[in-house]
Design a protein around this ligand. Structure first.
Ligand SMILES: Nc1nc2c(c(=O)[nH]1)N[C@H]1C(S)=C(S)[C@@H](COP(=O)(O)O)O[C@H]1N2
Ligand SMILES: [Mo]
Length: 518
């Protein structure tokens, strides 16, 4: 008895299903641009000549995309069957074929507009998983064949093929079912994100009742390579514990304020955006930011002051903390008195730089607190504020060794010249940003090769809650030079030279950079 070729083809199809499923799973994490299926589909749509497109649309109407997916699926299944047979007959030919097809998927993902290199990751990881399945299952198939029709003379009368057949079928069945479950599950996840993206796109940002003054031109120094005063949303750092960005429909969103309050307050999206919203520029920083790091950005936030909501709830005596909770379970502990300060723009924010919050920055609603690191204040996808005490509750990162309170430390960073950049002797602009959120930067000084500290020129601060740009014209001579920077804030505190790691409450030290001038 010989093993029908159909089994080898099935092995190929299961391996391809695993490849696609794993690729979908990984693209849940790296972003929808990583799905090879979607990217190849889009690629084909771009590539086919218009008359083919028109014919397909004429024939199938709005089902054209389903037809496209169907044709692609048949094509992939055919190639996969071929790969299975090739791997069975002439290993590693099947794996090579699989790699080529997955390679096309990877190429399609990275050549899409606004894609990045990381978009190839799902295809590559999917390919590795598929190749492993292809090789291992082919080995099982051969084990079954060898028992069924052993090489050499004679007919095996007493050898049962059942165990090796069962082992093979089990492997094919389990991996096949797993691939379908994981693949469909991942797609559903991605589809939920797509649905909320569509909801977001269909809504407009409510106008501010209290608009921020326009960012003055004098807040921006004209130095190439310097971080812009307002960080575009697309460039804004993102930090959270969410493997998949939560999909929260604003129509279903509400915030509940409870705990040590006289009056429990529940507010819906419609109620929130009907309130007089305020606009305020705030620099947000991550406590994990290393000296010189880029986990910091500044945006124009639009939201309603938390202090006003807390006034409605009327916190009880003895409460000293607000534990904000995200829909995904993340929590942050902010000092109650900070959120109640009359002159601090602690916002329940819905807008970021003139747009509704992007999904990964907390859509529909997040917190923004000037002067506090994000982990103790900037809860995204926030749904709950519990008024409580530091004694009673610990927030997410505080149970993992980070400080319970996290005021942002005064720091400064050199943006240009960049590390390793070759600089021509003569006048060189040394420039960067400095921040002391909710305090304000008073002075920035630059030191070259351990010499005198020289005062940099500060741009105008947008407000005391934002970082400020600085520049120093440096007459650079040939050779290697070390540049250091330090800021002094409005309280008169000058950044310490002592280097501390980010844990438990923020890095310290002077940012230094070595540049070679020729
Ligand atoms: N739901 C939720 N909110 C969160 C976090 C998180 O992990 N989950 N991380 C916090 C941390 S550590 C930081 S630094 C800021 C980052 O906000 P951003 O991603 O918009 O820059 O979000 C805060 N809010
Ligand atoms: Mo953070």
């Amino acid at each position: 008895m010989s093993i029908p070729r159909g089994w080898a083809a099935l092995v190929g199809i299961v391996a391809a299903a695993v490849t696609l499923a794993v690729a979908e799973l990984v693209s849940v994490m790296v972003g929808p641009g990583g799905s090879p299926m979607v990217a190849v589909g889009a690629w084909v749509i771009d590539l086919v000549p218009p008359f083919v497109k028109d014919t397909v649309i004429a024939l199938f109407g709005t089902a054209d995309k389903i037809v496209l997916i169907g044709v692609l699926a048949l094509l992939v299944a055919g190639l996969a069957a071929l790969a299975g047979i090739a791997q069975y007959r002439r290993p590693p030919l099947g794996v090579v074929l699989l790699a080529v097809v997955a390679g096309i998927g990877a190429l399609a993902t990275v050549t899409r507009p606004d894609s990045s290199g990381i978009d190839a990751l799902p295809s590559v990881i999917g390919m590795l998983a598929g190749a492993a399945v292809l090789m291992l299952t082919t080995v099982r198939l051969k084990a079954w064949r060898d028992v069924a029709a052993p090489a050499g003379e004679g007919t095996p009368v007493a050898v049962s093929t059942a165990p090796s057949r069962r082992a093979f079928l089990r492997m094919v069945g389990v991996t096949g079912v797993a691939a379908v479950v994981v693949g469909l599950g991942s797609r559903a996840f991605t589809a939920a994100t797509a649905a909320v993206s569509a909801v977001r796109a269909s809504r407009t940002l409510p106008p501010p009742a209290v608009a921020a003054p326009p960012v003055p031109a004098s807040a921006s120094l004209d130095v190439p390579g310097l971080s812009p005063v307002i960080t575009p949303n697309a460039d804004f750092y993102r930090i959270d514990t969410a493997l998949q960005v939560p999909s929260v429909d604003p129509a279903e969103w509400s915030l509940r304020i409870h705990g040590m309050v006289e009056e429990e307050v529940v507010i819906t999206w419609a109620q929130l955006i009907a309130l007089p919203l305020e606009e305020h520029a705030v620099t947000l920083s991550c406590v994990s930011n290393e000296v010189g790091g880029d986990l910091i950005g500044t945006a124009m936030w639009l939201g309603y002051p938390l202090r006003e909501l807390l006034k409605r709830a009327m916190p009880q005596a003895g409460a000293d903390m607000v534990l904000s909770r995200s829909i995904d379970g993340f929590t942050a502990s902010s000092p109650l008195e900070v959120l109640q300060e009359e002159d601090r723009a602690c916002l329940l924010a819905v807008g970021m730089n003139g747009e509704l919050l992007p999904l990964d920055h907390g859509f529909p609603v997040r917190m923004v607190v000037p002067g506090l690191y994000g982990y103790v204040s900037a809860t995204k996808w926030v749904t709950e504020l519990e008024v409580t005490t530091y004694d009673a509750e610990k927030a997410y990162w505080s149970t993992r060794g980070w400080s319970e309170r996290g005021p942002i430390k005064t720091e400064s960073r050199i943006d240009v010249p960049r590390s390793g950049q070759s600089v021509t002797a003569g006048t060189v602009a040394v420039a960067g940003v400095a921040w002391a959120p909710h305090t304000g930067v008073a002075k920035v000084e630059v030191q070259i090769d351990g010499g005198e500290w020289r005062e940099a020129r500060l741009a105008q601060a947008v407000n005391t809650d934002t970082w400020v740009q600085w520049v120093l014209e440096w007459d650079a001579a040939a050779g290697s030079h070390e540049i250091a920077v330090r800021a002094t804030d409005a309280t008169g505190y000058t950044q310490t030279e002592d280097e501390a790691a980010p844990a438990p409450d923020g890095a310290t030290g002077w940012h230094r950079r070595t540049v070679s001038v020729s």
